[in-house]
Write a protein that binds this ligand. Structure first.
Ligand SMILES: Cc1cc2nc3c(=O)[nH]c(=O)nc-3n(C[C@H](O)[C@H](O)[C@H](O)COP(=O)(O)OP(=O)(O)OC[C@H]3O[C@@H](n4cnc5c(N)ncnc54)[C@H](O)[C@@H]3O)c2cc1C
Length: 432
């Protein structure tokens, strides 16, 4: 292994300050009002709302608490407009619904900010804004058009930054300008997750590690839930398994495309270098189909850099080499910088590029954040909790009742993705 990878840890940088695993394995109650499958941001936010309303709540986590994407992500928060595929959504559901979705999305970061304040969670939350780099001149023009629509619809605070002024935002000559959003922000996902665990427990929820849900059967009073540690009767069940959705819920599995996303952390960089590379300390992304995302660590000393991992399973060595190549494409002067951490996790895409929540066959669910789930899963979790309580107004969202599609013969294994990613990389190279 080249010396820049010497001593690299194959675990999330975030786990240094928020160590895993939390393996609390409480005795299982025989019966609960609500059983939640998955202890990531979604499951914990559902649990918090329901437990605070006086329901008995059990959150079952197959592995350790925080095993999934929620403690592995980039900690970047925003409305995630660019992930929505606005043209496709408008064509499908009409501009009125599209505008309602955009307006609601504007509030996601505010929602998380308020939650963090209410629960007093020390998680380095900071509204630093985001800079989205144009990887091709045509992308800059497209971003400018998109921004006009967003401004007109939502009053979004943002402006275009032309190539000549890009050094105000990022120390790279790789891009053709970009767009600066002010409402986005960043947090430490490990600390945020820890804070949500405390909040859900304080509200009265029981969170059980190493308790895999293996079977769900309808019963007269709700569900009989089989777990790896015994059976539980539950009045209601919420599925919050996102990229880790398995065979226990085949109906959701065939509506989700699990995709691996990976990250690396650099060693601490000299302050002057950080100032040159990320002068505004924002969250960053680019406009390619196979995009990269990056940010300063909350202490401002390192660069955390992420992108899609190709191939089956977690391959931290290969991911680190691939991501370092992409990092050097943006910041060539980091060619001698050591990479200290490499890790990955699973996200879930949907066929219409929109996250979904609601009730299907008696099961409640919040799933499919398409790689942008820090703010959305927190918000969707809370809305789902209110839906389960029957609070119509607080449970309602602009995302309600969108058809949660699948494709013929698809059962949950996206075998066709490597070919699509190869095509997307080629289109990116050609600037299509
Ligand atoms: C590397 C990476 C970088 C990312 N960066 C960002 C970012 O910067 N910004 C952003 O907005 N989003 C980002 N995301 C996406 C974001 O992390 C997710 O959308 C979000 O965490 C989803 O939360 P969740 O609670 O729905 O699912 P998860 O946190 O994935 O939790 C699901 C849990 O369900 C459990 N589970 C599955 N099946 C069962 C079962 N049968 N029984 C019990 N438990 C079960 C799993 O073990 C898992 O812990 C990133 C993701 C990754 C992997």
């Amino acid at each position: 292994m080249s010396s820049v990878f010497a001593g690299m840890k194959e675990l999330p940088y975030w786990w240094e300050a928020a160590p895993r695993p939390d393996q609390e394995v409480p005795p299982l109650p025989g019966q609960v009002d609500v059983l939640i499958v998955g202890a990531g941001f979604s499951g914990l936010c559902v649990a918090r709302v329901l437990a605070r309303a006086g329901k008995s709540v059990l959150v079952c986590e197959a592995d350790f608490i925080g095993y999934g994407a929620s403690t592995r992500n980039g900690g970047m928060l925003g409305p995630s407009f660019h992930k929505l595929g606005m043209r496709g959504l408008t064509a499908r559901y009409g501009s009125e619904r599209m505008h309602a979705i955009l307006r609601e999305s504007i509030g996601f970061v505010d929602y998380v900010g308020t939650l963090i304040e209410e629960e007093n969670i020390a998680c380095d939350f900071h509204r630093s804004g985001r800079f989205r780099c144009a990887s091709h001149p045509a992308h800059y023009e497209q971003m400018a058009r998109e921004l006009e629509t967003l401004r007109a619809t939502t009053g979004l605070e943002a402006e275009m930054v032309p190539a000549a002024r890009i050094r105000e935002e990022i120390g790279s000559d790789r891009f053709h300008g970009g767009v600066r959003y002010h409402i986005d922000g960043g947090l430490h996902p490990g600390k945020y997750h820890d804070g949500l665990v405390v909040a859900a427990r304080q509200a009265g929820a029981v969170i059980a590690a190493t308790t895999e849900v293996t079977k769900l059967q309808r019963s007269a009073s709700g569900f009989r839930v089989s777990t790896s540690r015994g059976d539980v009767k539950a009045g209601q069940v919420a599925i919050c398994t996102n990229g880790y959705t398995g065979k226990v819920t085949p109906g959701f599995r065939r509506r989700l495309l699990p995709i691996r996303s990976a990250m690396i952390a650099t060693e601490p960089l000299p302050p002057q270098l950080m100032q040159r590379l990320m002068p505004t300390r924002r969250m960053y992304g680019d406009s390619r189909r196979v995009m990269a995302y990056y940010r300063p660590s909350p202490d401002g000393e390192r660069i955390l850099f992420g992108g899609r991992a190709v191939g089956p399973g977690d391959r931290p060595g290969k991911n680190a080499r691939d991501l370092r190549r992409m990092l050097l494409d943006v910041f060539p002067e980091l060619h001698k910088t050591r990479i200290t951490h490499s890790w990955s996790g699973l996200v879930a895409y949907t066929f219409d590029h929109v996250p979904h929540l609601g009730e299907q066959d008696g099961l409640f669910y919040a799933l499919g954040y398409c790689g942008s789930g820090v703010a959305r899963s927190s918000y969707f979790g809370a809305r789902l909790g209110h839906k389960m309580l029957g609070n119509e107004e607080e449970g309602a969202t602009a995302f309600d009742d969108l058809p949660f599609e699948t494709r013929p013969l698809y059962t949950g294994n996206p075998w066709f993705l490597p070919a699509i990613v190869r095509w997307q990389r080629m289109a990116d190279r050609l600037g299509l």
